[in-house]
Design a protein around this ligand. Structure first.
Ligand code: NAP
Length: 275
């Protein structure tokens, strides 16, 4: 049996916080506290509380995971620092929230703990983390030490793959590619299903074909050492059906520009949220 993951204070347990928590619980987690009004109780030794005021005074987590919506984050960080100034110097803060910079979050801590140099990490996971197939990009601010980085890597690698970036702005690109990326794939599955129906297939058949094709191709890509381009090439006979479809998709004015435009829009939005 492997070591349990370190104790956590998870603030916000919705889509993303919940997905991470489910995976962490499955791996085994040291006694942790979850703050969220909607989450049902958890098996002991973990505790769910409804507000920051109810965090036990003697609970000192190794990491504080911030997973509320970005627009709600600043008051949460300020209140936590006011209630538990001791945590600012002992726990590493891990924000999974899009957009918010490490500097702005550290400033929120310092409003109530002026001398603090809190250790701030930004992590951008995605929802396949719920099934251990996540992809997380991470950035550590200068005040984060190697042990804290390693702890964050252990946490996030327990729900999938991890990669560290050197520049904080690159987290916005990670957000645009892998954070938002599952939604692009789901949209593709929806559109494939709709196209199947337009071609005369019953809805349930079109749905099955679209779902299994997107998930199967993703799985094949994950298991292969070949580039995506090679796998694509392998299933494209010259003059065949796949080639006919790809000629449309790969026309410069179609997917190559659409995908770049879409991802750039996500990147810009992530930057806007940060400003
Ligand atoms: N979903 C994704 O794919 C994804 C991927 C990467 C990162 N993220 C990031 O994850 C964060 C959360 O997104 P989400 O989709 O998980 O949102 P969500 O489903 O709305 O979850 C947020 C949860 O936090 C709770 N909450 C709000 N204020 C709180 C407070 N003061 N104390 C304790 N809990 C509080 C919310 O409760 P109420 O509803 O009552 O406010 C809700 O249950 C966002 O910042 C997002 O950028 C999401």
């Amino acid at each position: 049996m492997s070591e349990p993951l370190p104790s956590l204070l998870l603030i916000g347990c919705g889509q993303m916080g919940g997905a991470l928590l489910d995976a962490w619980m499955e791996k085994g987690l040291a006694p942790s506290v979850i703050v969220d009004r909607h989450r049902n109780s958890l098996p002991a030794p973990h505790r769910v509380v409804r507000s920051l005021a109810e965090i036990p005074a003697d609970f000192t987590p190794a990491a504080i995971i911030l997973a509320v919506k970005p627009q709600k984050a600043m008051p949460v960080i300020e209140e936590l620092a006011a209630r538990r100034p001791d945590l600012a110097s002992v726990s590493v803060f891990v924000s999974v929230m899009a957009g918010l910079t490490t500097a702005s979050m550290a400033d929120a801590v310092r409003k109530n703990v002026p001398a603090a140099s809190p250790a701030m990490v930004r992590a951008m996971p995605n929802t396949p983390s719920a099934i251990g197939r996540g992809m997380t990009g991470l950035y550590a601010a200068p005040d984060v030490n190697d042990a804290q980085k390693s702890l964050c890597n252990t946490l996030l690698s327990s729900v999938g793959a991890t990669v560290w970036v050197d520049e904080e702005d690159q987290i916005n690109a990670v957000t645009a590619i892998s954070g938002s990326g599952p939604a692009y794939v789901f949209l593709f599955a929806e559109l494939l299903e709709e196209a199947g129906v337009k071609l005369g297939l019953p809805q349930d058949v079109a749905r099955l074909l679209a779902r299994k094709t997107t998930s199967g191709a993703g799985e094949l890509l994950d298991h292969s050492s070949e580039d995506a381009a090679v796998l694509r090439h392998n299933v494209t006979s010259p003059g065949g059906t796949t080639a006919a479809a790809l000629a449309v998709l790969r026309a410069p004015e179609n997917w190559p520009s659409d995908i770049l435009e879409a991802v750039t829009a996500a990147f810009k939005r992530a930057r806007e949220l940060a400003s």
